[in-house]
Ligand binder design. Structure first.
Ligand code: PMV
Length: 262
């Protein structure tokens, strides 16, 4: 049984406060689980989900989704295990996300479960939309593991509702521009979102450096997911531009990258 990855295009963190967010599935990255009798190391989170599902066997996990980088690996694990057991996938994923980071908005579960681009708003029905900008997103894995719980708690303690509101406004504008297939405006809004995410202290010197370099060859760049590390996404107008971007940042010591059509 398997599940895919996700990236948040707009609205991470502000989604926790009831604003809209926009996420898309990453079908190129997958996590697969299967049962086995032979003993194999099971981490604490895996044990927790196994407990929820009453799984006694060992679980072998094969995954191309990097862990703790904002691409939804923990939701993918819960969803694939719940699928394996024919259990209530949404409920298991929700409990697992609560255990992993306390106050999840539910966006990871929504997009990974449905495998469709969607507008997510807490307590509302998902709105599915076509993301067809005629461009490419380069996902840059910084290799830095980040804790969603730490990031969410930090934003809570900062208590900057003015920035959360601004991030909410940016997402609203981005939804319009995505529907209009206006890739240039979407890029600009990504930069604007990053400016505000940085004000929430979710960036750091390394991320700032990569983002600056990526922007020599992109329309816009921002963190995706919780921040403090994890992955950065850059919007490019062509594959040639995406390849140039990668060439330019490879020497900065990044862990990995993927190019996804949007
Ligand atoms: O799990 P991550 O790193 O993709 O972060 C999820 C996005 C947040 O808005 C930071 C948290 C949430 O629950 O929505």
């Amino acid at each position: 049984m398997q599940a895919i990855a996700k990236m948040i295009l707009f609205g991470e963190h502000s989604v926790v406060y009831g604003k809209k967010a926009l996420a898309i599935p990453i079908k190129e990255l997958k996590l697969k689980v299967k049962k086995q009798k032979e003993k194999i190391y099971q981490n604490e989170h895996l044990e927790y989900i196994k407990g929820l599902l009453n799984i006694k066997e060992y679980i072998k996990v094969k995954s191309t989704i990097p862990i703790s980088r904002g691409l939804g690996s923990s939701a993918a694990l819960a969803i694939s295990l719940a699928r394996l057991e024919g259990a209530d996938v949404e409920e298991i994923s929700k409990l697992s996300e609560i255990k992993a980071h306390g106050n999840p908005s539910g966006i990871d579960t929504a997009v990974i479960l449905n495998e469709k681009a969607l507008i997510f708003e807490k307590g509302k029905n998902n709105i599915y939309l076509d993301v067809d900008l005629g461009g490419y997103i380069v996902i840059i894995d910084t290799g830095i593991m980040s804790s969603t719980k730490e990031a969410v708690d930090m934003v809570k303690n900062l208590n900057r509702m003015d920035i959360i509101d601004e991030l909410g406004n940016i997402t609203e504008k981005a939804i319009i521009k995505i529907k209009e297939k206006d890739i240039y405006s979407v890029g600009k809004l990504m930069n604007k979102a990053q400016f505000n995410l940085r004000k929430l202290k979710l960036s750091n010197t390394f991320l700032d450096k990569i983002i600056k370099k990526a922007n020599y060859n992109s329309l816009g760049t921002k963190i995706t997911g919780s921040g403090l590390g994890g992955c950065i996404i850059s919007l490019c107008k062509s594959k040639t531009q995406a390849k140039k971007l990668i060439k330019n940042i490879l020497k900065e010591g990044i862990e990995n990258y993927w190019i996804v059509k949007v």
